[in-house]
Each structure stands twice: as C-alpha cells, then as structure tokens.
Design a protein around this ligand. Structure first.
Ligand SMILES: NC(=O)c1ccc[n+]([C@@H]2O[C@H](COP(=O)([O-])OP(=O)(O)OC[C@H]3O[C@@H](n4cnc5c(N)ncnc54)[C@H](O)[C@@H]3O)[C@@H](O)[C@H]2O)c1
Length: 677
C-alpha cells in the first residue's frame, strides 16, 4: 500500500467519505456579491506550498484533477477556496431538527455556521466571508465539509478543535468541557503583521475570523443595531445635551457604509428617532438595505440628500437616507455648503483599507475592484490620498461644532498609516491616542462596558418565531427599567424589538445586559426549555464586549493605566469560559480593527434545559463579564469600581475581585516635583 492509502485508511472522517465521487463544479449564481482578488503575495516556492497545503484535505486520487483547478483559484483570487466542494443552492440556518448529530451541540453549531453563510446575511458567501470584508467562517469549503462532518458525529464526551478554520480533529474531553474550541489567526509576535498574515492566508494556514464570523456567532446586522442605537443615543445625550429621556428627533447623523455591520446604522438612527445620511459606494449593498426596509430612500446627488434630510429634520421625523456615492464627496459638499451636521462618523472597512475595505475618492466600486487586481500600488496611493482629504474634511466639520467619533473601524489609525501624524495627540505617534475620540472612549466604554453592559444575544434553534417572541417577553420581565438609564434603554429596546423587524436569517435577538441581567435571563430561558415552552436556545455575544477583547484602538480604548497594550484579559476570558464549560470558546487575532491590533474572543452556550447548563450559566456568564469589569476597575475606571464594590458585597463568600487604591494626584505631583525635570 502507498503512504496515501495508509493515511486514508487511518481516517474515518474524509472528504471521500462525505462524497462518494468528486463533486461536480457548479455555476455561480449571478447577483451574489463576490470577494475581490486578494492579491498574490507568493513566489514560486510559496505557490508550491499553497497547492500542497490545499491538497492535504483531498484524497490522493482526486489530486491530478484538482491541482490545476486550485492553482487557477490561487492565481485569480489570491486564495484557494475549493469552490467545487461548496453545497449546491442557497445556504441558510435551518431548524436544529433538520441537522444530523449525536448531540444537541453538534447540531446547534451547524445551524450557526449555516446562518453565518446565509446568502441574505453573508457579505461574500461563496468565499465563506460573513462580514467585515475579510471575516471568514473558515478558509475553504474542504474545511467547511469536514467541520460539518465532525459536528455530525461528535458526542457529549468529545471536543472539536479548529485552528484557523482547520479542523484538527475530535478528541475526548468530557461532558463538562467545551464541545468546540476555535482559534483564528493567532500569530507569533514577530510575524504578527499584515504582510506575514497575507502570506499565511494565501498559503492556507491562517484565517481572519473577524469577531463572530470565525466564532460562528454572527446574527446578521441586528447584532450591531442595538450597540449602534446605544452609541448614537448616548452621543446625543453627552455631546448635544439632550435630556436623558429624549431621542434624536431633528438631529442629523452623517456616516458611511451599508455593509455587514455598518448596515445597522440606518436602522439604528431611525430607532433613535434621528435622521441619517449614509454614504455607500456599492449599489448592491444599498439594495439589500432597501429590501429590508433598513434605509428609506436612495439619492445620488449630495444636494438632494441634504435637502431630503432637512425636510425630515424639520418634521422631526426619523429617516435613513442612503447616499449612493463616496463619503468624501458627500463631506466635500457639506463643507463647501456650510451644511450643519450634528453627529459624524465613518464605517468603511478601514481595518482592511488596502484590501478593498475603503474605496478611494475618484474610483467607483467596480473600478476599485478592478484596480485591486491590476495595480495594487496605485490603489494604495489613491487610498492614502483619499484618507488624507477625508480627514481634512472631518477636521473642518469638527471645527464648526460637529461631534466626530471614530466608529472602531480603525479610521484614525488608517489616516495615521497614510502618513498624517497630525491625527495623533502628540503629533508624532499613536502612543497617546488620536485627536478625536473613539466611540468606546467617549460613550460605550464609560457608559456601558465599565458596568458590564454588552451585546448579549441568543438564537432560537427551533427556527420558530413564536419562540423568539416568548424569549423577548421573558427577557423584558427580567429587566428593572427603574434601576439605571441603561436598563431603561434596554427595556425599551426589547419591548420594541419585534415591532422594529430586526431579524435577518435565524430567529435571533440582541440585548445589551450586564453580568446579573445576562445570568437572570439565561436561567429563565433554560427553565423555559426545560418546561417545553420553547425549543433549545444558543446563547452568545459579540466579541465587542466588556471582557472578550483587548483592542487598544477600540474596546480597551478607555483603559488608561497603560495596560491597553496587553492581551491578558481576552486570553483569560477565553480560558475561563472553557474551564467553566461553555459549549464553544473562540479566540481570534485582529477582530474589528485588523491583524496585530486586537485579541478577541467569544463563546456559545447551548441551553438544553438541563441542570448542568444552569450551573454553567451561573458561573460562566458572570465570569465572562466580570473579568472585564475587574480589569476596568483595576484601571481605575470609576463606574467599574462602583460595580465591583457592589459585586463583592452581593457575592460575598463566593466571588471576590481585587480593587485599586487611588493615589492622590497632589501627592504624586509633590513627590516628583524637583526630582524630575
Ligand atoms: N457597527 C459597529 O458597531 C462596529 C463596531 C466596531 C467596528 N466596526 C467596523 O466597521 C467597519 C465596517 O464593518 P462592516 O462589517 O460593515 O464592513 P463591510 O466591509 O461589510 O462594509 C463597509 C462598507 O463601506 C463601503 N465603503 C467603503 N469605502 C467607502 C467610501 N469611501 N464611501 C462610501 N462607502 C464606502 C463598502 O462598500 C462597504 O459596503 C469594520 O472596520 C468594522 O470592524 C463596526
């Protein structure tokens, strides 16, 4: 027997066990967005390696046929996706019962994977990209098939290990252990940069999991609507002096992006009662949001867009206007014509500016896609020029009173990388931050994350709408709207969730909650599953949360004790969640802001109604949030100190968190006086 025959007989999970013969190639449906060519950083030796790497998944008797096909994919797209192995037709998350599996978790994660690739949700479903330009479920369709197969056969005594999309295997663990452990794109420090990552992805050894894409917890744009709504509403309260009970009626918000997450902006500004103009260069993404009713109209002329906005503002009527064009052109018009703008941000994919995430002024969307393939150097130059001008316009508007905030998309960092040192507080480097705040520094951090409020979410795995409505009502009963203004906002959010028609894909819900709220709601849902009132539920959250992510330009931007460059918290959060028995734990590099700029993680917990799951909820959900509040308290953040003081009292004898003593500023000044020049 040859070595390959020995290898084949040493495995029971193989592609030729999933398929009895090599599947036929399938035509690509027109109208489905396709990922641009990512460029080919590999030389001859690298190309040889990439081909051999991709063929590792494929039984040897198919190699001769697939090698030229994979080479063609690599040369034309910069990646080997193994298109031939993708499922026929539309992918979407079906009801749990429609999946094969030996345990409920195995079926549940198949629902989640397919929901992440739902043609109505995913940005580039054929390339396994869920959102954020490059965030993938896994690298290629061979991995997808093998992961699915492992999930079908997995038992309650085993754990599936997934490294950057590669299913390492199924290994025995125990019923209290996670069923799935995922890491994505974790690179050794010296190589933790975009160039080395691009090479690694072309070689087929790294996956950019973004946040919930590679953690299989994306729930469509709804996932971000609540956070965006919170951000806009609180921006109004903090910067426009709106009373706490008011909404954004009559207020204009200008921004860009109607993609995966940015697509939430129109819906959010409407729910908050304001008027938004959202620039978007890709007509297909505007159409998606129009079809969903998440934007109300499209205009291509900046003058008409501002005139329409004024009409809505005057009537104090909420509206989301899509501007089909470049954000820079829209802002040029606003500056030249002295248009008053209250709130301003940007949500182009600046974490991947040179990979197509930011369309430079002067190029249409199609021209951008073309230039990415033909002249990446020129594309880079155009991006840099556009960003510089974009930043100048932001500065002018801010000088006239507009409140600008960086929306965690690395816009300010991209401006810095384009060569603008004026964007930095110290005029030199990013050590002391940027001249404009990020939404986390001003809003999300102090008002939400520091208390532990974050993007808790759930998916009703039965796929039944009635289940979702029952969970909405149950969650509402768990919130005391009188406790804090955040609780009142969350109460209103869940009360109106159904009316706001937020579901795209599976029956899912997002609801910002703190540690106690999440625990209370989860225990209630699990009891409802136990009583047969609803089917099983998947709990999870965005990585963009109190404890899950170390990201100095975003989630940890309001941590000012110097520890914002450390990634201990996200790593501890991941390990602690695994130790406490979450069904899935994930840890990624770069989510939201790009490779080397963040470590982020998340979890999934399947509520099956058991007492075992009650125990996991009780310890793991508190840990998942309070690890972050503890870190924020240690950084001397006032609201976190308050929260931990309450927590230590309420959980006395069970939990205890170390609190910081606060050094007196005058004492420090007096101590260093005369000693330091
Ligand atoms: N919504 C949030 O709360 C949130 C939070 C954190 C970070 N982000 C960040 O926001 C960014 C966007 O995320 P996404 O999932 O929507 O990405 P995406 O790539 O799906 O969407 C970005 C959109 O911007 C459009 N675009 C690019 N350049 C443009 C330009 N110059 N003018 C007008 N439109 C332009 C693109 O066509 C695309 O539709 C990412 O960097 C993400 O990490 C969002």
């Amino acid at each position: 027997m040859s070595l390959n025959q020995d290898i084949s007989s040493a495995m029971t999970v193989r592609l030729d066990e999933v398929f009895d013969k090599l599947p036929q190639t399938q035509a690509f449906q027109t109208g489905i967005r396709r990922a641009p060519n990512r460029g080919m950083p590999l030389e001859r030796r690298g190309i040889v390696l990439a081909l051999k790497n991709a063929l590792r998944y494929v039984p040897a008797h198919w190699h001769a046929q697939l090698a030229p096909e994979f080479l063609e994919e690599l040369m034309t797209t910069g990646r080997i996706y193994g298109y031939r192995f993708r499922p026929a037709g539309k992918i979407y998350g079906r009801s749990l019962d429609e999946y094969d599996g030996n345990c409920i978790e195995g079926k549940a994660f198949q629902v989640m994977i397919d929901n992440n690739l739902d043609f109505d949700i995913a940005l580039y479903p054929y390339e396994l990209v869920t959102y954020g330009e490059t965030g993938q479920v896994c690298q290629n369709w061979m991995q997808y098939r093998l992961i699915k197969r492992y999930l079908q056969i997995m038992t309650r005594e085993q754990t599936l290990v997934v490294s950057s999309g590669h299913p390492v295997g199924l290994l025995s663990s125990g019923s209290q252990a996670p069923r799935v452990i995922i890491t994505n794109g974790l690179m050794v420090g010296q190589f933790d940069n975009l160039g080395d990552w691009q090479r690694a992805t072309s070689l087929g050894v790294a996956n950019y999991g973004q946040m919930t894409a590679g953690g299989w917890m994306y729930i469509g744009p709804q996932g971000i609507v609540h956070g965006t709504y919170n951000t806009l509403l609180n921006a109004g309260r903090l910067k426009l002096n709106l009373p706490v009970e008011a909404d954004l009626a009559g207020t204009l918000f200008i921004t860009s992006g109607l993609g995966g997450m940015s697509g939430a902006q129109g819906k959010s500004v409407e729910i908050a009662g304001g008027v938004g103009i959202i620039a978007e260069v890709d007509a297909s993404r505007i159409q998606t949001r129009l079809d969903q009713g998440w934007v109300s109209l499209t205009l291509e002329d900046p003058a008409e867009a501002f005139a329409a906005a004024r009409r809505f503002q005057d009537k104090r009527q909420a509206a989301a206007i899509a501007f089909y064009g470049n954000i820079v052109d829209l802002l040029d018009y606003a500056v030249e014509n002295q248009e008053p703008v209250e709130l301003l941000s940007d949500q182009t994919s600046c974490h991947a500016v040179y990979d197509g995430g930011y369309c430079p002024r002067g190029l249409t969307f199609d021209e951008r896609t073309q230039m990415l393939q033909t002249d990446r150097n020129r594309f880079r130059q155009m991006v840099d020029q556009s960003l510089k001008h974009h930043f100048d316009l932001v500065r002018i508007l801010a000088g006239r009173g507009t409140y600008f905030f960086d929306y965690g998309n690395s816009f300010l960092k991209a401006v810095f990388d384009a060569g603008v040192t004026d964007v930095c507080q110290n005029g030199k480097n990013t050590d002391d931050g940027f001249i404009f705040p990020s939404y986390v520094e001003d809003i999300m951090g102090p008002l939400l994350f520091d208390y532990g409020y974050g993007p808790f979410r759930w998916v009703c795995l039965s796929g039944r709408k009635e289940d979702l409505l029952k969970t909405d009502r149950a969650a509402m009963e768990c919130i005391d709207p009188q406790r804090r203004f955040q609780d009142r906002d969350n109460y209103v959010w869940i009360r109106d969730a159904e009316k706001n028609r937020l579901v795209v894909g599976t029956q899912a819900r997002i609801l910002y909650q703190d540690a106690e709220g999440r625990t209370r709601i989860a225990l209630k849902f699990n009891a409802m599953v136990r009583d047969g009132q609803i089917g099983p539920v998947m709990l999870g959250r965005d990585h963009h949360d109190t404890a899950g992510t170390d990201s100095p330009f975003r989630e940890t931007a309001n941590i000012k004790d110097g520890s914002n460059v450390m990634a201990d918290m996200a790593t501890q959060c991941f390990a602690g969640n695994a130790a406490r028995g979450m069904s899935l734990v994930a840890l990624h590099n770069g989510g939201g802001v790009g490779i080397g700029k963040a470590i982020n993680g998340g979890f999934g917990l399947v509520l099956d109604g058991s007492e075992r799951v009650d125990r996991i909820i009780d310890s793991a959900l508190r840990w998942d949030v309070m690890g972050g509040v503890a870190r924020r308290a240690w950084a001397r953040n006032a609201h976190s100190i308050e929260t931990v003081m309450d927590y230590n009292k309420n959980r006395s004898g069970r939990d205890h968190i170390t609190l910081p003593y606060i050094a007196d500023d005058e004492l420090i000044t007096a101590t260093i006086k005369d000693k330091l020049t």
